[in-house]
Design a binder for this molecule. Structure first.
Ligand SMILES: CC(C)(COP(=O)(O)OP(=O)(O)OC[C@H]1O[C@@H](n2cnc3c(N)ncnc32)[C@H](O)[C@@H]1OP(=O)(O)O)[C@@H](O)C(=O)NCCC(=O)NCCS
Length: 438
């Protein structure tokens, strides 16, 4: 019984994320190591789930260990300079073999539909193709990188066309030149370029380890691009498994991708935990702060309604329609955290500019008790002062003490100025509180 109700509440809790992710474009990149791992089919199940929830999914896979294995068999050594492979003719042969094999293996896993597996009924269509035009890196420091290339152009229209048809797009780290040459590319660079070209909502890099601070070994939960840059400067010996994804994240954010997630692929279900749970499990890199308090826009109305609906049902907040919020949206402020609205309130100034009414104050239950209510109130005070308001009113059925502890005083209906008095609903029988502001 208990597990039944925890399942129900878990499923309900994930619904805001399901709504938020639908029809969004996510580019997910993973190394060849992930493909070799025993649990790779779990990742494929999670990709399939995302696709069936309406996420427009682009997968970019790596092939580094598969190339190394082939070179090893040929008794040839893998050549690198400045962390970048030198792809000579022999290595290029290995690149072609590895890319073909890995792509076919992923396609096979995505095609599975056994009735006793999570893939039952998924019927995923995979599209891969010549989406990437590349050019040679050339000679650097006197070293000829041969067939190692870099991205020159992404055919984003062709990829979008596949996504429009609900296909999952699978991209290998290989590009072609207009003269028909093949180039070996880095998977991180391809994923970054693809995410930028598609204007993806998220770039997700499945990494080989969690992004931890070497000073205390604690995982870093979020960083702005500026913080990530400083981190890389301070830890120049951090190793490619973290530095390459971090550099890709910084580059993507600077080019307009709002959210880049670094997720340790070794943790089972890490992708789902990151995307469908409150605080996630990985490291989030964004150019803007992870959580911000800002004036609301019409795009926030869905999030505001979702936040206040349960409070209206409990009678804590008065009911207000979507149309009413739409008309008064300029009065609202919200706290947005990773794309979700977790706090809101409104300050309705009266037309004469003498007083204002605070309304619709709410903080999502998961985030209460960390002074977000206070932050919104402080914002309201300073906005009220800008408008030269002298007095703020609030009507409350169950939250009087929260306001009293913040300097509000109780009053009665006679103290309410028009039009607030005319709007007062005797059935709600709310307590009336006010605060003079200098
Ligand atoms: C009131 C509310 C906005 C406060 O948000 P918050 O981010 O948790 O606020 P803060 O962190 O600044 O304050 C938390 C403090 O308020 C207290 N508090 C929360 N709800 C309260 C209530 N109804 N009455 C009195 N105190 C309350 C908490 O116990 C905590 O105090 P403590 O740390 O001493 O225990 C939030 O609790 C909420 O959304 N409540 C439901 C909606 C609501 O009542 N809106 C007001 C309608 S008039």
């Amino acid at each position: 019984m208990e597990s039944q109700s925890s399942f129900v509440s878990w499923f309900r809790d994930s619904s805001p994320y399901i709504h938020a992710h639908r029809n969004k474009t996510f580019v997910i990149s993973f190394g060849g190591e992930a493909v070799l791992a025993d649990d790779f089919d779990h990742h494929v199940h999670d990709f399939a789930l995302l696709s069936s929830l309406g996420v427009r999914l682009v997968l970019v896979h790596g092939i580094r260990p598969q190339i190394d294995q082939r070179l090893d068999k040929l008794n040839a050594s893998a050549l690198f300079h400045k962390h970048l492979r030198i792809t000579d003719d022999l290595a290029l042969q290995c690149v072609k073999e590895a890319a073909g094999l890995v792509r076919v293996e992923i396609e096979a896993l995505l095609s599975m539909g056994l009735s006793n597996s999570p893939m039952a009924g998924s019927e995923i269509k995979v599209a891969s193709g010549n989406f990437i035009t590349a050019k040679p890196i050339g000679v650097i420091d006197g070293i000829d990188y041969c067939h190692t290339g870099e991205v020159r152009r992404i055919d984003s229209a062709a990829i979008h066309q596949q996504l429009d048809q609900n296909n999952v797009v699978l991209i290998s780290p290989i590009g072609f030149s207009p003269s028909g040459e093949i180039f070996n590319l880095s998977a991180e660079q391809v994923a970054t370029a693809v995410a930028i070209a598609l204007k993806a909502e998220k770039l997700i890099l499945l990494t080989e380890q969690s992004c931890c601070n070497p000073d205390n070994n604690e995982q870093i939960r979020q960083m702005t691009t500026a913080e990530a840059n400083t981190f890389l400067q301070q830890h120049q010996d951090i190793g490619d498994t973290i530095s390459l994804p971090l550099k890709a994240a910084i580059q993507s954010c600077q080019a307009g991708i709002e959210r880049v997630h670094l997720i340790n692929r070794v943790i089972d279900g890490a992708l789902l935990l990151e995307l469908f749970s409150r605080d996630g499990i990985g490291t989030l890199i964004s150019s803007t702060p992870f959580e911000e308090l800002r004036p609301a826009t019409l795009n926030d109305i869905g999030g505001i309604l979702e936040l206040i609906k349960p409070l209206e049902q409990q009678g804590i907040l008065a009911k207000r329609s979507r149309e009413k919020i739409e008309m008064e949206i300029a009065d609202y402020i919200v706290i947005e955290r990773d794309g979700l609205i977790i706090g809101c309130t409104a300050l309705h100034p009266n037309e004469q500019g003498l007083f204002g009414a605070i309304a619709c104050l709410a903080v999502h239950p998961d985030y209460q008790g960390s002074a977000r209510g206070n932050r919104m109130l402080d914002y309201v005070y300073s906005y009220a002062r800008q408008l030269n308001l002298k007095k703020l009113f609030v009507l409350s059925t169950q939250t009087m003490h929260w306001f009293i502890e913040r300097g509000f005083l109780s009053s009665d209906i006679n103290s309410l100025p028009e039009p607030l008095k005319a709007l007062y609903n005797p059935q709600r029988n709310s307590k009336i509180l006010y605060k003079n502001i200098a």
